[in-house]
Design a protein around this ligand. Structure first.
Ligand code: COA
Ligand code: NAP
Length: 259
């Protein structure tokens, strides 16, 4: 970690924080001193993440499609650890498929996890945040702004995620809450990249589209989240922050990667 942040005495909850980018975000906040909460569907992943995050970390198993379970987890976290300073909402599902091959239920599955799930997490977290001062961060994706083949469901969902960010920044600004999105670029060794670019040839084609000439790692995204969660971003709300090595401005030629 090249930049340093101090989150000692702070509570940070990462939804979907049990693997990939989100686990990297949780580990970075933990290393900076935060007391952590993490959640996802699979209990074994939750247990492993809690063990990795160290003393005081709390884990919850829920599906972001179920509002009541999320609300119960945040209530329990507040009872045990106190109000939440930073919440990161990063649970998502994706599979590459042409629109003609996606059933209503397939489209709905991604909308329910990525879009409705984000709304659920934001709404459930709000009353448990430090007010004023809390920071809510949604993990979006390049699909929010860049149309892509094989990604109609995710493009629709993540565009909605960024609108949730902006609308809540307006509604909750007066409460002293900041709401922002982070858009990771292609992040190496993650489930998302493995699904979208499963071969070495595809990975090389993706790297060619990144101005900085490399894929990112979870820590690159974690640093953006720690900035948004810190006082350094105390007047930053409703923004969509790319942590993508310049990928978005290069034209996002993911079609090359898909061959
Ligand atoms: N192509 C087309 N349709 C697909 C598909 C694919 N590759 N994979 C799943 N679907 C469809 C299923 O066929 C089903 O539709 P149907 O009932 O009409 O047959 C629908 O999606 C739901 O599938 P199901 O497996 O029941 O959903 P789930 O809620 O258990 O899982 C997913 C959700 C599909 C998004 C699953 O991939 C997941 O849980 N992903 C999490 C991890 C992930 O995607 N990480 C990357 C984050 S960017
Ligand atoms: P990942 O490892 O699959 O992470 C997804 C996490 O969400 C897992 O912890 C998963 O755990 C959890 N999850 C999935 N569905 C859930 C549900 N219904 N309810 C609760 N938790 C659920 O994927 P990743 O590639 O690191 O992606 C993480 C985030 O970054 C996503 O929001 C993705 O859109 C975004 N992103 C990724 C990339 C990339 O290059 N990978 C690029 C841009 C944006 P369980 O299986 O236990 O539920």
């Amino acid at each position: 970690m090249t930049a340093s942040f101090d989150f000692s005495g702070k509570n940070v909850f990462v939804v979907g924080g049990t693997s990939g980018i989100n686990l990297g975000i949780a580990k970075a906040f933990a290393a900076a001193g935060a007391r952590m909460g993490v959640a996802s569907r699979k209990q074994d992943k939750v247990d492993a993440a809690v063990a990795e995050l160290g003393e005081g970390a709390l884990g919850y198993s829920f599906d972001v499609r179920n509002f009541d379970d999320i609300a119960a987890a945040f209530a329990d976290f507040e009872e045990k650890a106190g109000k939440i300073d930073v919440v990161v909402s990063g649970a998502a599902g994706n599979f590459p498929a042409l629109a003609k091959d996606i059933s209503s239920n397939g489209f709905k599955a991604v909308i329910d996890i990525d879009l409705l799930g984000t709304f659920h997490v934001m709404k459930a977290a709000m009353g448990h945040m430090v007010q004023p001062g809390g920071s809510l961060i949604n993990i979006s994706a390049p699909q929010a702004v860049q149309a892509m083949p094989f990604q109609v469901h995710v493009c629709a969902a993540k565009a909605g995620v960024d609108m949730i960010t902006k609308c809540l920044a307006i509604e909750w600004g007066p409460l002293g809450l900041r709401v922002n999105s982070v858009i990771p670029g292609p992040i190496d060794g993650t489930e998302g990249m493995d699904r979208l670019a499963p071969t070495e040839a595809m990975r090389k084609a993706v790297v060619k589209t990144v101005p900085m000439g490399r894929m990112g790692d979870p820590e690159d995204v974690a640093l953006a989240c720690m900035y948004l969660g810190s006082d350094a971003a105390r007047y930053v709300s409703g923004t969509i922050l790319n942590a993508d090595g310049g990928w978005a401005i290069a034209g996002a030629r993911i079609d090359l990667a898909l061959g």
